[in-house]
Design a protein around this ligand. Structure first.
Ligand SMILES: [Fe+2]
Length: 309
């Protein structure tokens, strides 16, 4: 009897396997590769993971909505002129973009948004989606987002400030630690922002009423979070009406649908080329007559900035 039990146990032990994923540590984050072992690519060469610790700082906070809903919000170009109005008098807050260019890359897509200055010039800025959920932002200092799913109705937004040419400045650090711009201040020991859905993001109605801030909320990150969460944890997309300015949103959905099809049929996926992640985003003024496609190609990997390093 015992011998039979032992034989059965041995048989079961041989069948039991614990699922394990290869992991790598970069920029104080553990990254796991969860795809087929034979297709495992080299680690993506995201600039912010390659600079020294002194050159970058991240914050993160939980968003009470689906990760894709939050990511799509991050790629909506026109909202800056409304939602973030009041923070500065920057062109992006005063002129609605009317020109859009989106190009697929081997890691995702690369987009340029143009604002007509009314004096023969266009103010361009570029952004990139790097699969599966990264955004590189054309700020100074540059910045990056990652929207990671926790479950269907919660996501973790990681926001990084970084510099290529030296350590972050005191001004950069103050911005991050003070919960300004894309960053949040969290309850100690948690990933929950002090300004959150449960306290109406501490809207300052007086500042809003006085026209100092469109939302009355402090920080771009919280303003984004508020509109993305207030749509509900998973918005009903059957009731939306997309316009030409939603071209990036359309591209995002097509990319993911394509990725699912490619995965199912064993085709190569976007993002397998590690060097394709080293894109640098820029903002610049150019005469209206300048060819945006040529300018995008020239600036895609920040060639001028790299030559100066
Ligand atoms: Fe925003």
């Amino acid at each position: 009897m015992n011998r039979r039990y032992e034989a059965q146990l041995e048989n079961i032990q041989q069948q039991l396997k614990i699922k394990a994923y290869p992991c790598i540590e970069r920029a104080e984050i553990v990254w796991a590769y969860m795809g087929p072992p034979k297709l495992k690519p080299a680690f993506s060469e995201l600039d912010w993971t390659l600079v020294p610790t002194s050159h970058r700082l991240s914050t993160r906070h939980i968003q009470e909505c689906n990760w894709l809903q939050a990511l799509e919000g991050g790629f909506d170009a026109a909202h800056l002129t409304f939602l973030h109005k009041g923070e500065t008098s920057h062109v992006s807050r005063t002129i609605v973009p009317t020109l859009y260019e989106v190009q697929q890359t081997d890691a995702g897509f690369y987009t340029a948004t143009g604002r007509d200055m009314g004096d023969g010039r266009i103010y361009w800025n570029t952004n990139a989606l790097l699969m599966p959920a990264h955004k590189i932002i054309s700020a100074v200092a540059p910045a990056a987002h990652m929207w990671m799913p926790i479950d269907d109705e919660h996501s973790m937004l990681d926001s990084t400030e970084f510099r290529f040419d030296g350590p972050l400045t005191e001004k950069d650090l103050e911005k991050v630690r003070g919960g300004k711009w894309i960053h949040t201040v969290n309850h100690p020991g948690t990933d929950i922002s002090v300004l959150n859905k449960s306290n109406d993001y501490m809207i300052d109605r007086a500042a809003q009423g006085a026209g100092k801030s469109y939302t009355g909320m402090q920080g771009l990150g919280i303003q984004d979070c508020a509109v993305q969460e207030s749509m509900g944890p998973i918005a009903d997309r059957t009731r939306e009406f997309l316009l030409p300015c939603d071209i990036e949103i359309v591209k995002i959905r097509r990319l993911y649908m394509q990725a699912l099809d490619d995965m199912a049929t064993g085709k190569p996926l976007l993002g397998m080329n590690a060097a394709g992640y080293r894109m640098r985003m820029e903002r610049w003024f150019a005469p209206k007559s300048d060819d945006i496609l040529a300018m995008m190609a020239e600036r895609k990997y920040g060639a001028a900035a790299r030559a100066a390093e």
